[in-house]
Design a protein around this ligand. Structure first.
Ligand SMILES: [Zn+2]
Length: 349
């Protein structure tokens, strides 16, 4: 082979390797239950965001946003064991978004105590005018307390001295931030950047955006409009909208307008008004120019006759009902009405 032919072959080989290893982003809903009830085994709220390339099936970086009930099971079904997570991000200190984390961390402590810590990214302590404080730091510090107090942690340590002496809390690297009005960076690894804004739901609520070379996704959490009730332009958050400008995918908690105070479900109006409706999310996703809207944390769940104690007017809400509510908001992109483990991959196959 001549030197010219050799260099041409090397260049071709390089570009072939590059094209085989195209970057990709995968967003999987690990739980779609809205609020504390449970319906037909749905897991609690959570979203797995993975970035990588074709050769590792987009799994070089694994980020979990919220950790509702059953997250460990869903992650195992998504072939991303708890031990593979790089970081966990919490939108707010409500159990339907956090209660899976003690289970996840106990499991990781049990089998991977000598491995890397998990970054836990969340808001700094937030005080309410009612006098209580929402504290992710305290949640993390006490994450193993029940199992420490039952004596289990000491018993497990006695059989394996390599486990960390303080229990699962020792495996968390807590990274708190003060939620801001404008998006600001809260985490980074290589090409992957996560930014956050403060948004209204309960004190300390934050929404996140992940940017990668393969695309971007916003996780709104349970955000609602700064104005707690009508009259207002929308039920959605202006802070989330700013964060979502130009984002490819929006994942957002959703309430169907059928639960509104004008529809006789008896659902408490303040709880209805602090969520974003499917129709207003459709309008917001249109304004941000997003291509995919993934509805999650569905209130009510599809097919359910009740949301907790509240009957659903009309006997239940279907996938088509959620889609038409979004279309009413003017959105013409891809609507995913969330079920556990549904995913969107960019670029699309
Ligand atoms: Zn919630």
């Amino acid at each position: 082979m001549t030197p010219y032919a050799l260099s041409t072959a090397l260049v071709l080989a390089f570009f072939t390797a590059q094209s085989q290893a195209a970057p990709c982003l995968k967003v999987t809903l690990t739980g779609t239950q809205g609020g504390p009830p449970v319906y037909q085994g749905q897991a609690g709220a959570g979203t797995l965001v993975q970035y990588g390339d074709d050769e590792n099936n987009c799994s070089a970086v694994n980020l979990q946003f919220d950790t509702g009930r059953g997250t460990t099971q869903r992650l195992s079904e998504a072939k991303t064991p708890v031990g593979k997570l790089n970081a966990v991000f919490l939108t707010h200190m409500h159990s339907d978004h956090t209660e899976g984390l003690p289970d996840m961390m106990q499991l990781r402590w049990h089998f991977a105590s000598t491995g890397p810590k998990v970054d836990l990214v969340c808001s700094s302590d937030a005080s309410s005018p009612a006098g209580h404080t929402l504290s992710c730091t305290n949640f993390a510090r006490h994450i193993g307390d029940a199992l420490i107090n039952s004596g289990e942690v000491a018993q497990r340590l006695a059989e394996n001295k390599k486990r960390l002496p303080g229990g699962p809390a020792d495996l968390l690297n807590v990274m708190v931030f003060d939620p801001t009005e404008e998006p600001s960076r809260v985490w980074q690894s290589g090409d992957v950047t996560v930014s956050a804004v403060g948004s209204r739901h309960i004190p300390g609520h934050a929404s996140y955006r992940v940017d990668t070379p393969a695309g971007s996704v916003v996780i709104g959490g349970d955000a609602g409009n700064d104005k707690p009730k009508p009259p207002r332009d929308s039920s959605t958050s202006s802070h989330v909208e700013k964060l979502a400008m130009g984002a490819d995918i929006i994942v957002h908690s959703t309430i169907h307008p059928v639960m509104g105070p004008d529809k006789q479900s008896g659902f408490p109006p303040p709880i209805y008004f602090r969520q974003s409706t499917a129709t207003d999310l459709g309008a917001m996703a249109t304004r941000t120019g997003s291509k995919h809207l993934m509805l999650t944390h569905l209130i009510p769940p599809m097919g359910a006759k009740r949301q907790g104690p509240y009957p659903i007017p009309g006997g239940g809400v279907t996938e088509a009902d959620y889609k038409s509510a979004v279309t009413d908001g003017g959105f013409t992109g891809n609507v995913v009405v969330g079920t556990d483990l549904v995913s969107v991959r960019l670029p699309q196959p």
